[in-house]
Design a binder for this molecule. Sequence first.
Ligand code: BG6
Length: 488
Amino acid sequence: PPVDTFDYIVFGGTGDLTMRKLLPALYYRFRDGQVPTDARIIATARSPLSREEYQARAQQALHDHIPASALEADTVSRFINLLYYVSLNGAEAQSNWADLRALLDREPATRIRVYYLATSPALYGQICENLSKQGLVTEQSRVVLEKPIGTDLDSANAINDSVGRHFPENHIFRIDHYLGKETVQNLIALRFANPVFERLWTSDAIDYVQITAAETVGVEGRGAYYDNKSGCLRDMIQNHLLQVLCLVAMDPPVSLDADSVRNEKLKVLHALKPINPSEVAIYTSRGQYMRGHVNGQTVGSYLEDLGEGVTSETETFVALKAEILSWRWGNVPFYLRSGKRMAEKCSEVVIQFKSAPWTIFANKPAANRLIIRIQPDEGVMLSVSTKDPTPTDSLTLREADINIEFEKAFNIRYPDSYERLLLDVVRGDPILFIRRDEVEAAWKWIDPILQGWSKNEAPLEPYPAGTWGPEGARNLLAQSGHLWHEDM
Ligand code: BG6
């Protein structure tokens, strides 16, 4: 069924995120009948464009990012009709607010308004202040903040404070698109609907956990953002990987109420053992890609991608060992890693169980391993020891997999993570969004690592593009006799 009707006002309306993610996601929801036909999508940006010019750009974006088979001409043209454009600098008090107000005033003030800030986070406070001064923040208004919320705890607090002056916390939706991924949400189902897993989900049975988000792309055209106070730790680990870690490690929430879930996630973040600046060489590995080969093509180094004559100490790869100080997880390391220009595009969680304490067989049973594939090839796989069917005089074991491939099992298109999230904002359901205290707890844990790195306590190691990262990442696990998935 369609959600209640709404106005979606996007700041940064001509930007990459809007074109690549937001418009296609809203299109798919419209096509499935979930976006009411009188909803409006109002893009704003500084460029002086007419409504028609913006609509033409948006139509091109749909063609660029959606397969032709999903683009029926009639549906596209009805969707394009929902789009408006206001040329406006949201960070300037003296800008063209009158046009935005006039457009919004055409509908009753009781209509749901979503202000989506797809701009630099440095502008969030300013935009919210202007919205508020212009009287555009109604009872039914929400604001969506894209990551990164700041570059450390202090700057995150400053952003949260300034947005919080104009919107109450329950109207602030901090987006982490990993939580919009079906397979990430499925972690909750897998764990809390299947006692067969949850009964074993402790240090009694689990040896270690690894969470990987590997990409084959480089920094692309985003060098300006990525190299300026970002890098892999801030771009991927502080948010996406820590969120996945929370869902893997949290205790059962009492209900699916947003705060029940977020309280449990927060407990995990609070229980993370601090990594002090002087310990970063023991607990972390950071790397930067060099020239190499990805999918059979020669690609340049990070520095070459940034442009000629540039030097940079920014990391494009991180692996780290996290420990959770709790009854459930004592002595179970959680290895997190992410990187650009790696060997494969693959996001997954690997739960490595302990081996059987004794064997009566000709060979030792391999420890069970549960692999939760977040993307691509979404699915869940459990490795089990079975009797080797070859007739011999002894009972020998062989490993085989129990494997669910979701796309085959359910025969549906996997929605993009933004599709669910954008409409959850309209529904006012914050379960998949990050509460302020989670952002703070995550930065509190990340900050000392950044400090250690800035003192060069852990060297930046080069790795060839198209590999699984620097040698340091392998050593991080080898110390405990553990292996990354590709080495198992
Ligand atoms: C974004 C990061 O949040 O996530 C990007 O800023 C990264 O650098 C992207 O490429 C990865 O998302 P996904 O969904 O492709 O794993």
